[in-house]
Design a protein around this ligand. Structure first.
Ligand code: UD1
Length: 389
């Protein structure tokens, strides 16, 4: 039996791991264990998603919490290493591009444990984004790369990664969306927030480049202030943004806006329901660019670049940056018109990506008669590193 150690750390990892766990559940040749690094720890940022998406309870929680990039990455690595040694997996599977993704991949590969990376190959071309560094480095050391869109294959090829390692399988986050869309439609969140279908704008904002600098954040807020005078604006507020608004002395101003509906971070089903019925979504998230494409809801992305270009080509996504006048012009153009739904979804975004991943893992497992080697390898790697120190 091949043993896989699956890793999650932050909120956006959870909708990606859910269908993979489901596809691995009860598999006759592959077993898995789930490990949470604890990068995200609030109920609204983590535990609620386990309940809603039916993700099995993690066998281990490393409880690393927040910190600077170096602190957080190092803390995950320190706490993950003994878990890999203890469990002795044949494969470590990581998803997405958060600090936990890179930290765990790095630990595994140094213990000679192969790594599978789900959502590989995405590139924004912007190396000031922490996620871009996490993506490049995780892909460079992964053995199996599962890709969501053609640009991912092109990027990996350009970086010299052997094509046999890359597998175009579709998008596991879209598997989760398709599986839960009907249930989400039953949520009473619109009623709770007092908004009507297609008569509100949904906003998410948490990217450090937008919320960590007072001047940039202030500029974006001026555009949003105008927007909420024209149509109700719903903002489930991310902890990073909340902390910065308070630190910059901007919270009081926001709370006085007449048409802004501020909420705590929402669960998956409530958020999906709100997104699916929004008039327009404004966001700086990566995943929401993909989800709005599938929902057919116009998305204005408050960034200058995207690592998910298929959403601007085949989807509803439009990049508008963080300049307030550009945001306003784009919003007013859109708000006044009826944007048609995209004619077709990006290739393989059909709800079956996790099945394809498990099929590839099964073949990979068949080709490795040495599957009990990693345990010995781990001990060897550990001894080698101890003898060097
Ligand atoms: C992380 C990811 C980002 C992802 C985002 C989704 C990295 C580099 N960034 O950013 O790619 O889009 O998650 O949310 O990995 N906090 C809480 N409660 C929580 C979680 C965080 O209060 O449950 C606080 C932290 O203490 C910290 C801040 O929010 O002060 C930011 O958390 P952190 O994990 O460092 O990064 P995110 O901005 O959430």
């Amino acid at each position: 039996m091949m043993q896989i150690l699956c890793v999650v750390g932050a909120r956006p990892n959870l909708m990606k791991i859910a269908p993979i766990c489901q596809a691995l559940e009860g598999h006759d040749r592959m077993g898995f264990r789930l490990l949470h690094t604890g990068q995200h720890y609030d109920r609204q940022m983590s535990h609620l998603f386990f309940e809603e998406l039916g993700i099995p309870r993690p066998a281990v929680n490393l409880e690393v919490g927040g910190g600077t990039h170096a602190q957080q990455t190092a803390e995950v690595m320190k706490r993950f290493e003994p878990e890999v040694e203890r469990y002795g997996p044949d494969l470590v599977l990581v998803v997405g591009d958060v600090n936990s993704t890179l930290a765990c991949a790095l630990v595994a590969v140094k213990l000679h444990v192969p790594v599978a990376h789900v959502e590989a190959g995405l590139r924004s071309g912007d190396r000031t984004m922490p996620e871009e560094i996490n993506r490049i480095l995780t892909d460079a050391i992964s053995d199996l790369l599962f890709v969501t869109e053609q640009s991912g294959l092109d990027n990996l090829a350009r970086e010299g990664i052997a094509s046999e390692r890359a597998h175009f399988v579709g998008n596991v986050m879209i598997d989760t969306l398709m599986r839960h869309r009907e249930k989400a439609a039953g949520s009473d969140v619109l009623h709770r927030l007092g908004v009507s279908p297609r008569e509100y704008v949904l906003l998410t904002l948490h990217r450090p480049s937008n919320v960590d600098d007072k001047e940039t954040l202030n500029g974006i807020l001026h555009a949003l202030h105008e927007i909420q005078r024209e149509v109700p604006l719903v903002l489930p507020i991310h902890p990073r943004t909340k902390k910065n608004l308070e630190a910059f002395g901007l919270s009081g101003w926001l709370e006085a806006w007449e048409n802004l509906i501020l909420t705590e971070p929402l669960g998956y089903l409530d958020f999906l329901c709100l997104m699916d019925r929004a008039r327009v979504v404004l966001t700086d998230s990566g995943g929401i660019q993909e989800e709005t494409t599938v929902c057919g809801v116009p998305c204005l992305t408050l960034r200058e670049n995207t690592e998910r270009p298929v959403t601007t080509k085949d989807g509803t996504n439009c990049l508008v940056g963080s300049d307030p006048s550009r945001i306003l012009v784009a919003f007013r153009n859109l708000h006044g018109s009826d944007m048609p739904c995209p004619a077709h979804l990006p290739p393989l975004w059909d709800g079956r990506a996790a099945e394809r991943i498990v099929r590839v893992l099964g073949k990979w497992c068949d080709q490795r008669p040495d599957l009990d080697v990693p345990q010995a390898d781990i001990a060897g790697a550990r001894l080698a590193s101890l003898s060097r120190s």
